[in-house]
Design a protein around this ligand. Structure first.
Ligand SMILES: *[C@@H]1O[C@H](CO)[C@@H](O)[C@H](O)[C@H]1NC(C)=O
Length: 157
């Protein structure tokens, strides 16, 4: 288990403490982030935007703004390149998704829990359409990856 996973679990249990300590709430597990990038971009780290969606997580400008305009170190949130610089940085991109799910996380598929399947749907289809079926290719790569990762790490997602 990585340090950030531990921090994430700790914060889930101690949200108030972590909030007070200035730590960021991170609902998405490392495994889930790995499988999201695999399904979205093959985790291809070449800095690129496809139809306005940038980086390994294919983050859009709207998502970035909704998540609080996080930036890589040294960038101003209002600069012209802040969005692409963040989305094309794996850490800033991942933190953007974390912040997005703190805001929009919900149980999309009605299984009474909010988990990686929901986050995958929210990111791809939007928070207000996440009950819809995922596109076949995305869903197929995403679910195969989650199964493989869970078997490898024997961990919850
Ligand atoms: C990664 O993406 C770039 C830009 O789209 C592409 O040229 C390159 O072939 C890709 N690499 C792999 C390993 O798919």
């Amino acid at each position: 288990m990585t340090a950030s996973t531990l921090l994430g679990l700790g914060c889930a249990l101690l949200v108030i403490y972590c909030g007070a300590a200035g730590a960021v709430e991170k609902p998405i597990t490392e495994i889930c982030l790995t499988c999201m990038c695999e399904a979205l971009s093959g985790c291809n780290a070449t800095a690129v935007c496809v139809n306005g969606a940038c980086g390994i997580f294919r983050i859009t400008w709207d998502q970035w703004v909704d998540s609080g305009r996080l930036t890589v170190e040294g960038d101003s949130p209002m600069s012209d390149t802040a969005f692409t610089n963040c989305a094309n940085d794996p850490i800033c991109g991942a933190d953007t998704l974390q912040s997005y799910m703190v805001r929009y996380g919900q149980d999309c598929n009605g299984d009474q829990q909010e988990d990686c399947f929901d986050y995958g749907a929210i990111h791809y289809m939007g928070p207000f359409n996440c009950q819809a079926d995922m596109p076949y290719t995305y869903e197929s790569i995403f679910k195969k990856c989650l199964k493989r990762q869970q078997q490898q790490w024997k961990q919850q997602i």
